[in-house]
Write a protein that binds this ligand. Structure first.
Ligand code: ADP
Ligand code: MG
Length: 313
């Protein structure tokens, strides 16, 4: 089989929802990744951080309440989550390579900043809920005290919402490339990256969340990868998902995928960003392929046996 340069985007199921779940989940995740590495592929890993950054953000906010200090900015919470998750994945990969008696490649995490455009329209319509639920009074107080934007969340109370701008530039790209070219497994752009905007020479963290599927796509293009492999909790994307006429998609062109997306076949905030990232990657250069599949089916998907494969025909 051809050896490929693959950017893997790991979904929430690769890490679980809390500390003990993550310790277990990374073992399965490591198996899937080491399979691909043992086949000779060059691997760069991007991962989500929803539950982890949620816990860190809640803890830091509580602490600030208690001691009256400024709450830790969300961008710093993302940086913390990258380190914590990278630490667990590094360890799990190391153990899996050793268990197989395989040669252990260097595995390292790169704390990654991703530049966003301060004029991104997403900043005018923050929609991504983060942190704990609050009563209306509490939410309005936080909004006044801290400048948070708060919104009612499906009858369950109020939450802070932040923007989800598009990634524009991966600041640590050349370091990531040097490590990957050297045969190292790199974990980077965690949680979509630490969102920053350029203020002269300074990169300022902004309270926002970048979609990890879009960040993985930008990384895959920037590294000139052959494949964007999006590993999630379903084996394939489907049309009429969850309905009696549901149909799994195996091999589709970018054009076909776009048509389905326009029809509203993929849920916003879950499958839609994956399909959009896949389309963008497939169109970015001939021969580039994006595959969406189940974490445990990564190797099979690479052999063309399963998954939803999107390429320019
Ligand atoms: P991740 O953490 O991997 O990003 P998400 O929950 O954000 O996962 O997105 C994957 C989920 O999208 C699937 O588990 C599935 O429930 C849902 N989904 C929504 N629409 C579709 C669709 N058309 N086909 C397949 N899955 C879909
Ligand atoms: Mg998701």
């Amino acid at each position: 089989m051809d050896k490929k340069k693959i950017v893997i985007a790991l979904g929430g199921n690769a890490l679980g929802n809390n500390l003990p779940e993550q310790m277990e989940a990374v073992k399965t995740t490591a198996k899937a990744i080491v399979d691909l590495a043992e086949d000779g592929n060059e691997i760069v890993i991007v991962h989500g951080n929803g539950p982890q950054v949620g816990v860190i953000n809640n803890a830091m906010t509580e602490f600030a309440h208690k001691d009256g200090s400024e709450p830790t900015p969300l961008s710093v919470c993302v940086a913390m989550s990258q380190a914590y998750i990278g630490y667990d994945i590094q360890n799990a990969l190391r153990e899996e390579f050793l268990n197989r008696g395989a040669k252990l490649p260097p595995v390292a995490t790169m704390v990654t900043q991703v530049r966003v455009d301060p004029e991104d329209p997403a900043f005018r319509d923050p929609s991504k809920p983060i942190g704990r639920f609050m009563s209306k009074d509490e939410a309005l107080k936080e909004a006044g005290d801290r400048g948070w934007i708060v919104r009612e969340d499906a009858g369950r109370g109020y939450r802070r919402v932040v923007a989800s701008p598009k990634p524009k530039e991966i600041i640590e790209l050349s370091a990531i490339r040097a490590m990957a070219d050297d045969g190292q497994i790199v974990i980077c752009c965690g949680g979509g990256g630490i969102p920053v905007v350029a203020e002269g020479k300074h990169l300022a963290g902004v309270p926002a969340v970048i979609d990890k599927d879009f960040a993985a796509e930008l990384l895959a293009e920037s590294l000139d990868a052959d494949m964007l492999l999006i590993l999630t909790a379903v084996e394939k994307a489907a049309v009429h998902f969850g309905k009696p006429e549901q149909r799994w998609l195996s091999e589709i062109s970018a054009e076909e995928a776009e048509r389905y997306a326009e029809e509203g076949q993929f849920a916003a905030g879950s499958m839609l960003p994956k399909v959009q990232a896949a389309i963008r990657f497939a169109r970015s250069r001939k021969g580039r392929t994006a595959v969406i599949t189940l974490l445990e089916k990564a190797r099979e998907a690479l052999q063309g046996k399963t998954g939803t494969r999107i390429c320019e025909k």
